[in-house]
Write a protein that binds this ligand. Structure first.
Ligand code: FAD
Ligand code: NAI
Length: 475
């Protein structure tokens, strides 16, 4: 028998589960289908983000940072740790517990909000009665129908041509989160967000990490000054970064991987490592969704084609998150999910794509929102900048973490904040002030005139805003 809903959401990652909750809050009878399985085969809602992305990677980053601090930085505080030992099994088990807590939290939220959850693969069957029929293939088979369908099926890791992930020697983000023994040598292909975060985790735990990047430099999407500082710091920490690399061959042996490549000068080189993480971007995921059965349009990259409001080519079918255009970020997926649910309910859902923050959870953290200098130059927009180093911030000195700076970019005439770029301690938290400021179209003068607690890292934000007008107080 077909079960009828107002809204069916396919995919229970941050895009899908949040869309389902918002739709239910708005009084719509809502179902969410997700096929992620835990190790016992049971449901594990939360998608890539919760299971093999944002959450477990941050758990490992935290644990590995503690390990590095205990080994290298506690002594600066007069704390001496005797025989420092790593219990990797426990460290990985803690990460799994954190993931499970998040899975369970989503199950609870579905119950609380009366979202009907179906564990299995959702696929379009046909258009029917002004809506759509969707099959769920799981432990049991069901057919659901709804006038409104939200597709939130996420993304999968991109593989190097001809080099399949075996999650033993050739690791995607999944395998990179559960290496059972710290490898002596670890290769990483791609110095993007995953490469830097996972490379940092395993370097801190003792691996010698070499990163091979195709582009001529680090973090092309970040502001140049931040990328330059990041390169300096990561190199000092011991990450071996090579740029302008063209990989020609990857050979997997029983206990090693050999990568053959041309370096930036075109000379042939090889890298032999115990394991290789391939983090060269992600691709939209629609396998099993059966979009052809209803004529749902995909682009040449396999992404579902949507307009600015996440409408697909089919009436009543929406798509959000990693499976559509735009940055592949959990909070972007969530914002789209809320906006689509509100549009379905007749409200005016809105996503401001100009104020979506980026955060890289390395140490130091890197975070930014808005435009870079290079983007503004290319657009021919006149701007002023102000920068303040954490070296001159009392709280950063007390923390013992004075790397980096806060940088403001503001319109030369109106002083409207156009971008804020941070590299330094707790950049992930500090960036929120900049997001709020930009969302309210604040000027750098606005931030400069707001009282910030002392001593706090946020004073560096205020000082960077003051620096736009060349009137810092502590530098
Ligand atoms: P997903 O999270 O991929 O969820 C899609 C869900 O749909 C999955 O559960 C999938 O199994 C399910 N599904 C797919 N097809 C079907 C089907 N036919 N039927 C039923 N279910 C289906 N982003 C951040 O913002 N911050 C971070 O710190 C961060 N860290 C990351 C770290 C790593 C290692 C990785 C890989 C990604 C990270 N991301 C981070 C990116 C973030 O995980 C994604 O942007 C986010 O998960 C996208 O959400 P989504 O809902 O679109 O898709
Ligand atoms: P990415 O797009 O961030 O970086 C991929 C890197 O690989 C690029 O620098 C690219 O030039 C390089 N590359 C591509 N092909 C290559 C090749 N053949 N040889 C060498 N280098 C090559 O992708 P990544 O790191 O895989 O992450 C995917 C996405 O997941 C990110 O873009 C981001 O959206 C999301 N993510 C977000 C995080 C966060 O918000 N903190 C953390 C981790 C992932």
């Amino acid at each position: 028998m077909t079960q009828a809903f107002d809204v069916v959401v396919v995919g229970g990652g941050p895009g899908g589960y949040i869309a389902a909750i918002r739709a239910a809050q708005l009084g719509l009878k809502t179902a969410c289908i997700d096929d992620w399985k835990n190790e016992k085969g049971g449901p594990a809602p939360g998608g890539t983000c919760t299971n093999i992305g944002c959450i477990p990677s941050k758990a490992l980053l935290q644990s590995s940072e503690h390990f590095e601090h205990a080994g290298h930085h506690f002594a600066d505080h007069g704390i001496h740790v005797g025989d420092l030992k790593l219990d990797l099994k426990k460290l990985l088990a803690r990460k799994d517990t954190v993931v499970k807590q998040n899975n369970d939290g989503i199950v609870y939220l579905f119950k609380k909000n009366k979202v009907a959850f179906f564990h299995g693969k959702g696929s379009f069957l046909k258009a029917a009665d002004g809506g759509y029929e969707i099959a769920v293939a799981g432990a049991t088979s069901e057919t659901l129908s709804a006038r409104q369908v939200i597709v939130a099926t996420g993304s999968s890791p991109r593989q190097l041509p001809g080099v399949a992930f075996d999650e033993d020697r050739i690791l995607s983000n999944d395998g990179a989160l559960r290496i059972a023994q710290v490898p002596k040598t670890l290769g990483v292909v791609g110095s993007g967000v995953i490469g830097l975060e996972m490379g940092s985790v395993w370097r801190r735990l003792g691996a010698e990490v070499t990163v091979l990047e195709a582009l001529p430099g680090l973090l092309g999407m970040a502001d140049e000054s931040v990328a330059k500082e990041a390169l300096k710091v990561f190199t000092k920490q011991g990450l071996k970064l090579q740029f302008g690399v063209k990989i020609t061959d990857v050979k997997v042996a029983k206990k090693s991987v050999t990568v053959t490549y041309n370096d930036a000068k075109g000379a042939a080189a090889t890298l032999e490592v115990e394991r290789l993480i391939v983090s060269i971007g992600r691709v939209p995921h629609t396998a099993g969704l059966n979009p052809e059965s209803v004529g749902l349009k995909l682009d040449e990259r396999g992404a579902i084609v949507v307009d600015d409001e996440c409408r697909t080519n089919l009436p009543g079918v929406w798509a959000i998150g990693d499976v559509v255009r735009g940055p592949m970020l959990a909070h972007k997926a969530e914002e789209e999910g809320v906006a689509v649910a509100e549009r379905i309910a007749g409200q005016h859902g809105h996503v401001d794509f100009n104020t979506i923050p980026w955060v890289i959870y390395t140490s130091p953290e890197i975070a930014w929102v808005g435009q870079t200098e290079a983007q503004l130059k290319a657009a021919g927009r006149a701007y002023r900048t102000g920068q303040f180093p954490f070296m001159a911030n009392g709280r950063a000195r007390a923390l013992g973490d004075t790397t980096g700076f806060v940088k403001f970019i503001a319109d030369a005439k109106t002083d409207e904040i156009l971008g804020v770029h941070i590299i330094g301690p707790f950049a992930s938290e500090l960036i929120s002030e900049a997001v709020v400021a930009m969302s309210f179209k604040a000027s750098s003068e606005d931030i400069a005139r707001i009282c910030h607690a002392h001593p706090s890292l946020s004073e560096a934000t205020k000082e960077a805003a003051l620096a736009v007008d060349k009137r810092t107080l502590n530098l």
